[in-house]
Every structure is written in structure tokens, then in C-alpha cells.
Write a protein that binds this ligand. Structure first.
Ligand SMILES: C[S@@+](CC[C@H](N)C(=O)[O-])C[C@H]1O[C@@H](n2cnc3c(N)ncnc32)[C@H](O)[C@@H]1O
Length: 226
């Protein structure tokens, strides 16, 4: 029977931010591969690439996909066991100008930014959008993306298992300014967003007490949001 995958709130929110069709979608650090599978089901790309550095995980994804060819036609996906920093973006491009959506979610901010930087450096002229959902370090990730010249396409906030996540969709060819503390994702009529801002402000207030330089300026930016 064709059974579609069920996503938790965070992965569902990421999936819902994929609102157009791409030539290639890269589910990076895919682990179980659920997000990429859902994107395959909704025909969001000509090809979905599942990439993880752990062989047993990639084998598991491979088995799940090949076991259901009706839902996951073999010519619409590939699995790769490798470091995402070496993503073979140009090898997957059949035409100049092919569109790529690189999704990196569920890893810490430092690693996530390292991966984005490596992919961008290796493919400076390629039409790549990044859909990113780091675990913590949102300010730092955003600041680094701004320094790389990334612009905002869309952003949102999601709450799952007592943790808040930001989902940041950017590209060098985006139209809007990306900011370090977020802009259009905030909706202060939403209690969750008020709680997230309050938690973030408290976090930087605690850091300020421990004498961390730069913290006062970061705190001010969050406090200015309201
Ligand atoms: C917590 S899982 C995230 C799964 C999924 N993306 C999500 O958001 O639910 C993190 C995954 O990243 C993979 N990973 C970590 N560093 C990697 C790298 N440099 N290249 C490829 N995969 C990596 C790990 O093997 C692990 O499966």
C-alpha cells in the first residue's frame, strides 16, 4: 500500500516552506530521510538527493525508497553517503541555470554555516537557494549568512518538543534584506512568538551578566523588535 510519510511539526514547517518546483532538492544531513521523502511525494523537484555521512542511515533511506517505487520512482531520487561540504551540485546540473534547493536542518549552527559556506564557495555561480533550520545559534547563523551576501526569501518560527526553531530560506538572488534577529517571521499576536522572544531576551541578559562582549548590542536588537 502507498503510505505517505508523517512529519513532526518542525519538518512539516520546513516542507511547507517549499512552495515552488526545483530541478534539484538536496535533503542534506537527511538521517531518516523523511523530509526528502515527503518532498518526493509532493513532486517538489525533478530529483531529490538524500545525503548523509553515516552509511547505515543512507542504506536505510535507500531501502525505504526502493521498497516503494510507485510512491518514489527510481529516476526521481538518489542517495549519497558523503560529507555535505562536498555536495556534487555541479554534477547534478544538466543545464546551466538549473535550480537547486539545499535543505540543511537539525544540526548545530556552526556546522550548518560551515556546510553552507563550503557549498557556496564550490559553486559561486550556481542558482542555489538554502532552506536552513539550525539547532540554536540563530543570531550567529544569520549574521554569517548576511556577511556572505545572502538575501531573505522567507522565514518562520516553529515550536516542537519544547524548543523553538527558526527556518530561514535565503539565496544570493533573494530580494529582501536578511536581518540578524528576523523580521517578517515575527507575529506578536501569537503567544508562542512572544514566549520565544522572551526566552531569547532572557538568554542574552544572562550572557550579559557573564561579561560576554557584543551581547549588549545583540540584546538591544531583540528588545527593539517590539
Ligand atoms: C539530527 S539529524 C537531522 C535529521 C534531519 N535533517 C532533521 O532535521 O530531522 C543530523 C544528521 O546529520 C548528519 N551529518 C552531520 N554532519 C554531516 C556532514 N558533514 N555531512 C553529512 N551528514 C552529516 C548526521 O549523520 C545525522 O544523520
Amino acid at each position: 500500500m502507498n503510505q505517505s510519510v508523517k512529519l513532526g511539526l518542525r519538518l512539516l514547517a520546513i516542507e511547507q516552506m517549499v512552495t515552488r518546483h526545483y530541478d534539484n532538492i538536496w535533503d542534506c544531513c537527511c538521517d531518516h530521510g523523511l523530509l526528502g521523502m515527503r518532498l518526493l511525494e509532493k513532486q517538489a523537484a525533478e530529483k531529490v538527493h538524500f545525503v548523509d555521512v553515516v552509511e547505515s542511515l543512507v542504506n536505510g533511506v535507500n531501502q525505504a525508497l526502493s521498497g516503494n517505487p510507485e510512491l518514489y520512482p527510481a529516476d526521481q531520487w538518489q542517495t549519497l553517503c558523503m560529507d555535505v561540504a562536498r555536495l556534487p551540485v555541479s554534477e547534478a546540473s544538466t543545464h546551466k541555470g538549473d535550480s537547486h534547493l539545499v535543505i540543511i536542518a537539525g544540526v548545530g549552527g556552526d556546522l550548518l554555516f560551515e556546510l553552507v559556506e563550503a557549498i557556496h564557495k564550490a559553486n559561486p555561480e550556481t542558482n542555489i537557494e538554502f532552506l536552513l533550520c539550525p539547532v540554536r545559534q540563530h543570531f550567529h547563523v544569520r549574521e554569517s549568512l548576511i556577511n556572505m551576501g545572502m538575501k531573505l526569501i522567507n522565514e518562520s518560527i516553529v515550536y516542537e518538543n519544547r524548543l523553538f526553531y527558526e527556518i530561514i530560506h535565503v539565496a544570493r538572488k533573494g530580494r529582501e534584506e536578511l536581518t540578524c534577529v528576523g523580521s517578517k517571521m515575527w507575529d506578536f499576536s501569537d503567544e508562542d512568538h512572544c514566549l520565544y522572544l522572551q526566552q531569547t531576551v532572557s538568554h542574552y541578559q544572562r550572557r550579559l551578566k557573564s561579561g560576554c562582549e557584543k551581547t549588549a548590542a545583540i540584546l538591544q536588537q531583540y528588545q527593539n523588535l517590539r
